[in-house]
Write a protein that binds this ligand. Structure first.
Ligand code: HEM
Length: 74
């Protein structure tokens, strides 16, 4: 599901984040506050360099040739 994620922002169902750095920062912070969030979801102890590496990994999933542009509907 993350294939080509670099090309498909804004992110999340409501487009809350415009960059992958923001998405990673969201997870590093332990996700948003929600009464339904599992107590198993915790903040991640990632350094700034590790966060950059994670974003670089997400960018490595980019393959523009695999992108399907939906046809125009009549
Ligand atoms: C550091 C770890 C993680 C990374 C890098 C990551 C990455 C991402 C990215 C880039 C998106 C946006 C996809 C898009 O909008 O096209 C996303 C969405 C999502 N992720 Fe993660 N994820 C992580 C951890 C998790 C975990 C632990 C869970 C579940 C327990 C999870 C569940 C989801 C769900 C449900 C969405 C869709 C949210 C929405 O549409 O509002 N992710 N993730």
């Amino acid at each position: 599901m993350l294939r080509n994620v670099e090309l498909t922002g804004p992110y999340m169902h409501d487009g809350a984040f415009t960059t992958l750095d923001q998405v990673v920062a969201f997870y590093v912070g332990g996700g948003g506050p929600s009464p339904n969030k599992s107590p198993l979801i915790k903040p991640l102890d990632l350094s700034a360099q590790e966060q950059r590496a994670l974003v670089a990994f997400l960018r490595s999933l980019t393959d523009p040739t695999a992108r399907v542009d939906p046809p125009k509907l009549p």
